[in-house]
Design a protein around this ligand. Structure first.
Ligand SMILES: Cc1cc2nc3c(=O)[nH]c(=O)nc-3n(C[C@H](O)[C@H](O)[C@H](O)COP(=O)(O)OP(=O)(O)OC[C@H]3O[C@@H](n4cnc5c(N)ncnc54)[C@H](O)[C@@H]3O)c2cc1C
Length: 341
């Protein structure tokens, strides 16, 4: 069946900031065949931009999108293989991330529990290499299967080829926007080792002292922590952390220490240090800031929230303002984590 292309489509329900923006065209992608048909369709108007959308939980539409939005809905979870150490699972890009994590646990497959409750789709998880509570998804990925909208071929990138880094991968580069991720192959360790290095998670678990720690305790603690700390996008529009934690050279870090000796930081390697962007924003006096319909969340200043009817430009203006203040205060340029369109 030829996928239906809808015109002048309102995206408010399809982005967790809940801002109004229209796409000139919008289509739901349920199969590889759909992608092939859409590729042919787009080849008739090569100048028309296209963009893949998953759960819309990491995007900010500043204005209408003058092209075709491909809503990724390709589903399916398959146990591909196993060896002595791992289960190998392939999941369709359109699967909901949190439901996938839950389904894996229900099937007795562990290793993703620290990443529970992250909004969005499986297909978007490698794009910014989602991470939380001491783990990044890259540690669980074997390969990423893509449809190349230019050549029309299906290509598979190994985890190494994806060049995963902190909130980054090759898929973030503009020249790679031609790749539509269609599935991800995960390896989930058979031998469960709880990852409790992250202080908040350890404290949460310690607070109710489970008699014998199991994976469900970790899952429940992550869900509880996130539910307390982050605004639920179904109630308050947001896209999680708006900015990345900045990574500085040791030299620059020493300069920061002179003006802010209590700055929250984590070593990255011998030469670099990661700073808490939330701490910088807080210290710059911007926690709980509100400007009309937008603000920084009281419990987590790294999250910009839409209190109601904000438009994308208002959210963007607040992000710019935060950047400017932090730059003036500390001389550090914050980079957005959210994809701005
Ligand atoms: C409350 C909240 C908490 C969050 N917490 C975290 C967190 O702890 N850690 C973290 O890393 N992130 C977090 N995020 C950000 C977000 O959930 C993740 O980045 C998630 O992976 C985005 O998935 P999505 O499907 O919504 O992507 P979208 O927002 O739809 O898309 C994001 C980008 O990926 C591209 N894209 C999406 N799917 C595909 C595909 N199949 N093929 C090619 N390109 C694609 C889009 O074009 C866009 O550029 C949070 C967001 C919210 C709202």
């Amino acid at each position: 069946m030829v996928p239906e292309i809808l015109q002048d489509f309102q995206l408010k329900r399809f982005n967790t900031f809940g801002v109004s923006a229209k796409a000139s065209e919008f289509v739901r992608i349920n199969s590889l065949e759909d992608l092939r048909v859409i590729r042919d369709y787009l080849s008739q108007t090569p100048e028309k931009p296209f963009m893949v959308l998953g759960g819309g939980s990491d995007v900010l539409f500043r204005q209408d999108f003058p092209g075709l939005i491909l809503l990724m809905e390709m589903r399916g979870i398959t146990v591909v293989n196993e060896d002595t150490d791992y289960h190998y699972i392939r999941a369709g890009a359109g699967e909901n991330w949190h439901s996938f994590v839950r389904r894996m646990l229900d099937a007795g497959k562990t290793g993703l529990e620290n990443l529970a409750l992250i909004p969005g789709t499986v297909g978007a998880s490698p794009i910014q290499n989602i991470g939380a509570y001491g783990i990044e998804v890259a540690e669980r990925i074997v390969s990423v299967e893509c449809f190349d909208m230019q050549s029309g071929e299906v290509v598979e990138f190994s985890a190494e080829q994806c060049e995963f880094g902190y909130r980054s991968s090759i898929f973030k580069k503009p020249e790679n926007h031609k790749y539509v991720i269609i599935s991800v192959l995960f390896k989930l360790p058979k031998n469960w080792i709880p990852l409790l290095d992250y202080g908040d998670l350890k404290r949460e678990i310690d607070s109710y002292r489970p008699p014998r720690l199991n994976v469900e305790d970790v899952f429940a603690s992550v869900v509880a922590l996130r539910s307390r700390k982050l605004p639920n996008p179904q109630r308050i529009g947001n896209a999680g952390s708006f900015f990345k934690n900045p990574i500085l050279s040791r030299e620059k870090f020493r300069e920061i220490l002179r003006i802010a000796p209590d700055v929250v930081s984590y070593p990255v390697d011998e030469d670099r240090v990661k700073l808490s962007a939330a701490w910088l924003i807080d210290k710059a006096g911007l926690k709980g800031l509100r400007m009309g319909n937008v603000g920084t969340y009281e419990r987590q200043p790294l999250v910009i929230v839409n209190y109601g009817q904000a438009c994308g430009e208002e959210v963007y203006a607040m992000a710019q303002d935060i950047c400017l203040h932090v730059k003036n205060y500390f001389g550090i340029k914050l980079e957005p984590e959210v994809v701005i369109i």
